[in-house]
Ligand binder design. Structure first.
Ligand SMILES: Cc1ncc(COP(=O)(O)O)c(C=O)c1O
Length: 455
């Protein structure tokens, strides 16, 4: 994760005021959203962008009339916003319903070029959405699957084991950027390097990492990277980055009237336009955090960016913006995003230190994953715990009654919960902190957990 030299801390009052849902109460208790890894809350501007689109511009793409052109422009703008967030060109950004669907789709296309005897590598740490699509493809194509194992003691990837599973027959390495269960951040750049050294593709699941750390696909040099906007303060959508050369080379399953041009040829049927409208707003929300950090609050965009009809003249499905940079976005927005993640990282790091110190004092509580503060750069503030004599469901239910929203179970990191033998007994209790959480919320959670543990 990046570190900041800005000495920046987040303006939490400004941030929290943007999220209407954070003001809710449960049984008279303030709601504490610790369920970010399952989906984050959205700022008002995302809600506005979605409803404004439905109110004003609701249309299909490629029509020769105003609302359809507005829709084309809005989608092009969202693509550019995601290009700034991921650091790629706009025509390398593919929208889909969610990460899982996109991964199933791309795995079919990649599988077409593979033959029996070829190999792929998946990891024990990954969410199943970056495992099962590859296993299914491998089964269909007669391909050998190799598993990269973990160090059980700290739930980190065993990089020596991963390296040993890659050889000249390896065609793809699928790995996560960060674990949605135990918070481990993987050395993704090194994984990509190992894959490329063997001539294999690197497919990175950044769904869990995206609310916590800056993504730079250019620096990572990964072939594909997937994320879901609902995990970073946006609508329920999935986004895939694919290197242009691969999106052009691979053959998608598609209907005949759909364009052959990238990225649209990878997007089937009518997309969720209202959610795509929320994507630009969510990227702008993140960028505004950075603008506030570097330039002071007055430099933030208070209004969401709305595509102006006159700013766009091309219609049709082939009308993707291939510049990679959008009017009002581009270099300035990327710099703002970088500053935002530096500040987010600093704030989350403080929360992580606070919660870790407190959790270690709760009798009978076991933390899965890295616990040593000296290694906190290898993890994000997503914690998996168990407490003796309490099932994760029981803990989550009791916390829920007190207004704390946590998850129990495996959250689809099934290969990990099975491997650590906690699956049969309810998995973990997951506490997921993001930048809108406060030190006070952490303290109240710790007090509630201690009370439940000691009851
Ligand atoms: C690490 C990780 N990968 C993949 C997914 C699946 O994402 P989606 O719901 O967009 O298919 C999730 C969802 O929780 C996740 O946490």
């Amino acid at each position: 994760m990046p570190t900041t030299d800005l000495g920046a801390v987040l303006d939490l009052a400004y941030i929290r005021a943007q999220f209407p849902s954070l003001a809710q109460t449960v049984n008279g208790h303030p709601a504490v959203f610790l369920d970010g890894p399952g989906g984050t809350q959205v700022p008002q501007r995302v809600i506005d962008a979605i409803s404004n689109y439905l109110r004003r511009d609701n249309a299909n793409t490629g029509g020769a009339y105003a609302t359809s052109r507005h829709t084309d422009a809005m989608i092009a703008e969202a693509r550019s916003a995601m290009a700034d967030l991921l650091h790629c060109a706009a025509d390398e950004v593919v929208f889909g319903p969610n990460m899982t669907t996109l991964t199933f789709a791309i795995s079919r296309a990649i599988g077409r070029d593979l033959k029996p005897g070829d190999e792929i590598v998946v990891t024990r740490l990954d969410h199943d959405a970056n495992v099962s699509p590859w296993l299914t493809m491998a089964e269909d194509r007669g391909i050998t699957v190799r598993w990269a194992e973990i160090h059980d003691a700290d739930c980190t990837l065993d990089m020596a084991d991963l390296a040993s599973k890659i050889n000249s027959k390896t065609k793809l390495v699928a790995a996560g950027y960060a674990s949605n269960a135990v918070g481990t951040i993987n050395p993704v750049k090194e994984i990509v390097r190992l894959a490329h050294a063997a001539g294999a593709l690197a497919y990175i699941d950044a769904v869990h990492y995206s609310p916590h750390g800056l993504i730079d696909v250019a620096a990572l040099d990964c072939d594909f990277l997937v994320c879901s906007t609902y995990k970073f303060f946006g609508p329920h959508m999935g986004v895939l980055f694919g290197k242009r050369e691969h999106l052009l080379r691979l053959r998608p399953n598609k209907v005949r009237p759909n364009t052959n041009a990238i990225p649209n040829c990878w997007e089937w049927g009518t997309l969720n336009h209202e959610c795509i409208a929320g994507i630009t707003a969510c990227v702008e929300y993140i960028a505004d955090i950075g603008r506030g950090v570097t330039n002071g609050a007055s430099n933030r965009t208070t209004e969401m960016r709305v595509p102006h009809p006159s700013g766009f003249s091309k219609g049709g499905n082939d009308a993707a913006d291939t510049s990679g940079l959008n009017e009002g976005g581009g270099t300035e927005r990327r710099a703002a995003i970088e500053a935002a993640y530096a500040a987010i990282h600093e704030h989350e790091r403080a929360l992580l230190e606070r919660i870790m110190t407190g959790l270690k004092k709760i009798p009978g509580l076991k933390i899965y994953g890295i616990t040593d503060p000296a290694r906190f750069h290898e993890r994000c503030a997503t914690l998996a715990v168990r407490i003796e004599n309490h099932t994760p469901l029981e803990l989550s239910t009791k916390l829920g009654e007190r207004g704390f929203f946590t998850w129990d179970g495996n959250y689809y990191a099934l290969n990990l919960t099975e491997h650590l033998d906690v699956e049969k007994s309810g998995g973990f209790l997951r506490i997921g902190l993001v930048h809108y959480n406060t030190p006070d919320e952490v303290d109240r959670l710790l007090a509630a957990l201690r009370e439940i543990a000691e009851a």
